[in-house]
Design a binder for this molecule. Structure first.
Ligand code: SAM
Length: 248
């Protein structure tokens, strides 16, 4: 199909059947699964997913892609024309898997949106290599920040494989990485509070925590963490702060 590629929507479409197959394999989907796909594009992943699972909901922002997608995809694929950031995830009544070769301009907000929703079980995302480095970063490194803490707290994540620019059309200028995430359903924290503390702490990452998350550091917590900067705290430290301050 002839398509006008929209750079502003991060349109780099996968062309290589081997990489498409590898992503579908990693998704480990079964015939009873429900899959949400973010940004189906020309449907490279969507049609393969449609063959394997009971239902696919594919959310695409580009109006020019909707009709061709609806025409070419199997009946168990529902194509929704919407900005994913406005899409209501509460419509999933059962656990679902998320798949997406994510548009690079909006990767972080998409990751946060998925992470905050309690209904997903497993996610497979293709992201820019630099974003993957931030997701997996350890404390004390330059890549370690809000994104690293939020993702590592909310999910068990794994780097699957790298993807070169040559397998896309048009080719992006960067390398990509496929990652998988399993939601930590046993995590016993107030996610909203946790998210607020991490956001405030990294909002001014050169400042000591006594100046940024003052209201959340009472007594022992202030003694333990007050003189520290956020990039030196582990994910477990942030969990400790949010758990303890919730009790006081
Ligand atoms: N999944 C296809 C593939 O692998 O070939 C396309 C991937 S392309 C990197 C990203 C897709 O996300 C594009 O189709 C783009 O139009 C779509 N997209 C961009 N922003 C979006 C948004 N806010 N909501 C939904 N889809 C979006």
């Amino acid at each position: 199909m002839k398509h006008t590629y929209r750079k502003r929507w991060g349109q780099n479409f996968l062309q290589d059947p081997n990489f498409i197959r590898k992503i579908i394999d990693i998704a480990q989907v079964e015939s009873t699964d429900v899959v949400l796909e973010i940004g189906p594009g020309l449907g490279a992943l969507t049609s393969e997913l449609g063959k394997k699972v009971s239902r696919v909901i594919a959310v695409e922002i580009d109006p020019l892609l909707i009709e061709p997608l609806r025409k070419n995809l199997p009946a168990n694929v529902e194509v929704v024309h919407q900005d994913f950031m406005k899409f209501d995830l509460d419509q999933f009544k059962d656990p679902y898997t998320v798949v997406g070769n994510l548009p690079y301009y909006i990767t972080t907000p998409i990751l946060f949106k998925v992470l905050e929703h309690p209904g997903w079980v497993r996610s497979i995302f293709m992201v820019q290599k630099e974003v993957a480095d931030r997701l997996f970063a350890r404390p004390g490194t330059k890549d370690y920040g809000r994104l690293s803490v939020m993702i590592q707290a909310g999910a068990a994540i794994q780097k699957e494989f790298s993807v070169p620019p040559t397998v896309f059309y048009p080719q992006p200028s960067v390398e990509s990485t496929v990652i998988s995430m399993m939601r930590r359903s046993s995590l016993d924290i107030d996610m909203e509070l946790f998210s607020e503390i991490v956001r405030l702490a990294f909002g001014q990452r050169r400042k000591k925590l006594r100046n940024t998350i003052t209201n959340y550091l009472q007594n022992e917590l202030m003694i333990k963490f007050g003189e520290m900067r956020p990039e030196t705290l582990s994910v477990e430290d942030f969990v400790e702060i949010s758990t303890c301050c919730n009790r006081t």
